[in-house]
Design a protein around this ligand. Sequence first.
Ligand code: NAD
Length: 264
Amino acid sequence: APGILAGKRGLVLGAANNRSIAWGIAKAARAAGAELAFTYQGESLEKRVRPLAEELNAAVVGHCDVTDESSIDAVFATVEKLWGRLDFVVHCVAFSDKDQLTGRYVETTAENFTNTLLISCYSFTAIAKRAEKLMTDGGSLLTLTYYGAEKWMPHYNVMGVAKAALEASVRYLAADLGQKNIRVNAISAGPIKTLAASGIGDFRYILKWNEYNAPLRRSVTIDEVGESAAFLLSPLSRGITGEILHVDAGYHIVGMKNPAAPDI
Ligand code: NAD
């Protein structure tokens, strides 16, 4: 839908490469008319993010590691200098120790629990707090979650706990910011092969299982997530806040294995 984000300015966090969900969302938002700014995490990703930003005529507003609040402040200061205000933020950030994205949840260490929740959940709140000040004409905040927040999934472990907390924070932030016409939503995406996903144990099996059992009998793409995101970022969704929208080929409605599915 060209034009639904015309005149809107948005900050995108979490692009790592051209397979990132953040990149799918950025492409769709740009195609819908938005002006964008990217952050990157560290120098090695800067090299990947700069050419992507260039492709979309987007600004690059600096390094952001969400464990370092001063880097978040620096990014928002740069955005304020660049635009003076902000219409939307896309948060595609998550991390957990790879060694604990396999096996049993009960083995999670306090240190990895804290770090996973800080990066994958609290960071969205830290960003919302800063975005609120720049969203003088209302706005839309969007984060990414996964079905492992709602149901047990193999190997997802502490990340499932973090996503459950993230989904709850979407509701609390929506209530806090609604009076300023700032909407807060999440997309619960089906499995997609990205850098972050490759850290999850048996990821290929999970992807295949979804393909065989989802109502649409396939997985979703970053472009499909991107176009649904463009809707949630745009005035077309102005009556929606606090929502978790599943963009997962329908997998979340399924109650049992498709008997016709082949063995994996
Ligand atoms: P990705 O690896 O492309 O993106 C993850 C991003 O998180 C990277 O850009 C990385 O730099 C950033 N990040 C990690 N730690 C950070 C920190 N301390 N500070 C700043 N940034 C940090 O993978 P993706 O799959 O596109 O992940 C984006 C979001 O989508 C994540 O929240 C993920 O949980 C979610 N998600 C992914 C899937 C999937 O199957 N790929 C499904 C549902 C939800």
